[in-house]
Ligand binder design. Sequence first.
Ligand SMILES: Nc1ncnc2c1ncn2[C@@H]1O[C@H](COP(=O)(O)OP(=O)(O)OP(=O)(O)O)[C@@H](O)[C@H]1O
Ligand SMILES: [Mg+2]
Length: 256
Amino acid sequence: MILEVNDLRKVFHRDEVAVDGVSFAVPVGGSLAIVGESGSGKTTCARIVAGLEHATSGTIQLGDLSPKSGRKEKARVVQMVFQDPYQSLDRRQTVSSCLGEILDFHSDLDKSQRAEKIKDLLDLVGLDQRYATALPKQLSGGQRQRVAIARALAPLPRLLILDEAVAALDVSIQAQILNLLVDARAATGVGYLFITHDLSVVRHVCDDVIVMRRGQVVERGPVEKVLGDPTHDYTKKLVGSIPRPGWVPARGSTRD
Ligand SMILES: Nc1ncnc2c1ncn2[C@@H]1O[C@H](COP(=O)(O)OP(=O)(O)OP(=O)(O)O)[C@@H](O)[C@H]1O
Ligand SMILES: [Mg+2]
C-alpha cells in the first residue's frame, strides 16, 4: 500500500467532529475516490494525509516513509492538487521557472538536464512547449491545472491527492484533464486519492471508492460494485442524483 489510514479522527474547535473514525488504503499505483456530500469530511482527510492538518487521533502510513521524516522527504511521496490552480500558482512565475524551482528543490540537475526535465513534464501533462515562457494569467483554466499537475508530479511522488481538481473546469476541459490523469498514472505509476462529488469522474478515473457521510465511511468497494449496485441508502441517493448520467469524457476532443 502507498497509503494506509487507520481510525482517523479530527475534532475541530467547539467540538466539531469533522472526521469520525475513518480507515482506508490506496494500493501502490491505485486510485481511490472519496465521495460524499458537502461537509462530510473529505477535504479534512486529504489535508491530514498531506500533512497540512494534524489528526486528533489515528494513524497514517505513507509507503515506507518514516513518521519522523521531514517535509522534503514527504513531498517526494505525496503531493496535492487543489481546485483552483490560479490560487496555488505564483502569478509572477513563468511555467518553466515554476517547474524548475521544484526540480531544483528535489534534485541536483545541470542546466540541460533541468531543461530536458521541464520539457518531459510539459509533455506528460499535454502542454505545448511554447507555454514554457507563459505566466499563469496568459493561460486558460485547463492549462493552469495542467501546470499545477506537472508541478505536483515533478518530485515523482508515489501518491497524488486531488481535491475537486476538475470541479471548476468546463465539462470538455474536465474530460481532457481526466484523460491526462489516466495517462499520467499509467506512465508514472503514481497513485491517486481523488476527492470529488462527481460520480462520473469517479467512474472514469478510480478503481475503488469510499462514500463518506458526516465524518464516517458508510460504504466502500470497487467503483463498479458501489456505484452499480449500492447497498447503503445514502449511496443509493447519491447514485440517483448523478448530474450527467452516462457521461463519458471524450478522447481527442479539442484542446483548451
Ligand atoms: N478549519 C476548520 N475549522 C473548523 N471546522 C472545520 C474546519 N475545516 C473544516 N471544518 C468542518 O469540518 C467538516 C468537514 O469539512 P470538510 O471541508 O472536510 O468537508 P468536505 O467533505 O470537503 O466538504 P466539501 O464537499 O464542501 O468540500 C465541516 O463541518 C466543516 O465545517
Ligand atoms: Mg472539500
